[in-house]
Design a protein around this ligand. Structure first.
Ligand code: ATP
Ligand code: MG
Length: 336
């Protein structure tokens, strides 16, 4: 049986962080053996909010390098840069005829961006979901591993595919958001305000490129309190987040020790020492991040290797994209 097609992308808008790793890349790595995977760096999408391109090339290279350092194998998946696949832009054009101004204006992410950048409400921003639909449909992908925030965009992609099929014949399969069951991981920022993010609250986000000392500093500054007032208390979310991080990078014994300390603590009898917990977490986090950081830096400085990865990815992506486009053109009647 043919493997199902998977697609996902990350915008080159900054340094990748633990949230990206545990929320997205870890799943990509797991999917690469099971599915026919296309992962891309969304550099066209970044232009909608980051028109200054001085840092773009560097960022694109870093996202590629970090993905490979995290375990994505460019021989198993197509790892490519969006702008290397012009077929996407042509499909975007056809899909734009299926998208209506009213519904685009009502998209939650669009309204949010209008609030954030009132002086740059460009048409690219308005049609972001259409380009995203083209990213997915160009490979006829059916599984899209993304966070909760992307559900509305996926629904729009399904609508455009359905309208296209209705008008021109059955060409585009309907794509759905995908995750491996269980709860979606959401890594909060270390001050407990919002989530870790590429572009916001950087002092409270742990980046895969962070140096040891910086990791130590950020974790030691993480928000805690005077401890639980009674045994087996419910953890406040900023404490829960420290445990979440610990579960991701420390041994089960270590996590259990601090769980027990927490559960046995009460006012006047505080057993859990958050200072010790953070010290332990910092060392375990350093052990986790160090090899990824080192490997990513090696790849990023190896331009020959980067070029090879990027070219190989583009070839695979274009092969798949041009097949879809052939079907699309024939369906629309653009095959002369
Ligand atoms: P930006 O601040 O530029 O929006 P971001 O950090 O939110 O960047 P995205 O490129 O928007 O990152 O998202 C890439 C992937 O990482 C998505 O699948 C998203 O669900 C996931 N992700 C981002 N932040 C977190 C987080 N804190 N916890 C878990 N998953 C996350
Ligand atoms: Mg985001």
């Amino acid at each position: 049986m043919e493997k199902e097609v998977v697609l996902s992308g990350i915008r080159p808008t900054g340094f990748l962080h633990l949230g990206n790793y545990f929320g997205a890349m870890r799943n990509y790595v797991r999917m690469q053996d099971e599915f026919n995977c296309y992962f891309f760096v969304a550099n066209w999408h970044s232009l909608t909010t980051h028109p200054d391109t001085k840092e773009l090339k560097n960022s694109v290279h870093r996202v590629i390098a970090e993905n490979v350092a995290c375990g994505l194998d460019p021989d198993k998946v197509a790892l490519y840069v969006q702008s290397d696949v012009p077929e996407i832009a042509e499909l975007y054009l056809y899909l734009n005829m299926m998208a209506y101004k009213g519904e685009l204006e009502k998209t939650v992410t669009f309204k949010e961006k209008v609030r954030l950048q009132p002086d740059n409400v460009n048409a690219g921003l308005l049609t972001y979901p259409v380009l995203q639909a083209a990213d997915i449909l160009i490979h006829r992908a059916v599984k899209v591993p993304v966070g909760k925030d992307q559900e509305q965009h996926l629904e729009m992609a399904r609508n455009y595919a359905e309208r296209f099929n209705h008008r021109y014949g059955d060409v585009l399969p309907l794509p759905y958001a995908f995750n491996y069951g269980g709860e979606l991981v959401k890594i909060l920022s270390l001050d407990g305000v919002g989530k870790m993010s590429k572009s916001e609250n950087q002092m409270n986000t742990l980046y895969l490129a962070d140096e040891d000392e910086s990791i130590r500093k950020k974790i030691m500054k993480a928000k805690t309190d005077q401890g639980p007032s009674e045994p087996h208390s419910v953890k406040p979310d900023y404490i829960e987040n420290l445990f979440t991080l610990m579960k991701l990078v420390s041994t089960p014994d270590t996590v259990q020790k601090f769980e027990d300390d927490f559960n046995n603590s009460s006012t006047g009898n505080c057993i859990i020492r958050y200072g010790d917990m953070k010290k332990q977490l910092a060392e375990d986090m350093i052990r986790f991040i160090q090899p990824i950081r080192a490997k990513a830096a090696d790849i990023q400085h190896n331009h020959e290797l980067l070029q090879k990865i990027i070219r190989q990815g583009a070839d695979k992506a274009r092969a798949s994209a041009s097949e879809t486009l052939k079907l699309v053109r024939a369906a629309v009647g653009m095959d002369y």
